[in-house]
Design a protein around this ligand. Sequence first.
Ligand code: Z5A
Length: 209
Amino acid sequence: MSGRFITFEGIEGVGKSTQLEVARGYLQQRGIDVAVTREPGGTPLAEKIRALLLDAGHTAMAPDAELLLMFAARAQHLAEKILPTLAAGRWVLCDRFTDATYAYQGGGRGIGAERVAAVEQLVQGALRPDATILLDAPPQVGLARARARGAGADRFESEQLRFFERVRDAYLQRATAHAGRFTVIDATAELAEVSRQVTGVLDRLLTEQ
Ligand code: Z5A
């Protein structure tokens, strides 16, 4: 049996990494073999592309170069990790995937969904996540949480609030357009409540097994 592919999405600081760990623990307790990974990145080559993408010194990166680097990293990640892991019957929990490209490059950078869809088709064919959890919060909330950690801002984190508002709008449009795959969770809620809703999504997937 092939595994399930679950992605976690949302703007910066909404709690994706936190909830990925909650999901990992919950599934492992139920005997599910889980692999946790992230985008851009997840393999040595894709992590090198990630470093190029996040480097705040690359101020002149063209939007199409950013789009293609995201998908170059994704192509490697799919070939080397995601597809073999699913084929081995393991579940993959991924911190961001192509919905992030629709949101950040399509919405935030203004490239538009059609250009993103063209490259998605080239790189992924029909592959889509089985379920996507969108942690939704106003950008002010996510940015405040992320900045409280005190690390320096990368190339995306250096963007203005308006950029993150466009990203959030694009995510919510994706969730409406693909309502069967997405679950939108209010990420401003208490941690325990967000976790309860995340594990509810996992329970649904487990009963479909
Ligand atoms: N990017 C892109 O443009 N296009 C693409 O296709 C892809 C990515 C795949 C790297 O992302 C950048 O790549 C990203 C978009 C771009 N840049 N941005 N922005 P990343 O995923 O590596 O980085 P990130 O989104 O900045 O992750 P993050 O800052 O680590 O956020 P998070 O994982 O969502 O949050 P967290 O670390 O779990 O939580 C943040 C803090 O909030 C932490 O102290 C928690 O304890 C706290 N927290 C979490 N939940 C709660 C609740 N419910 N209440 C209170 N406090 C909470």
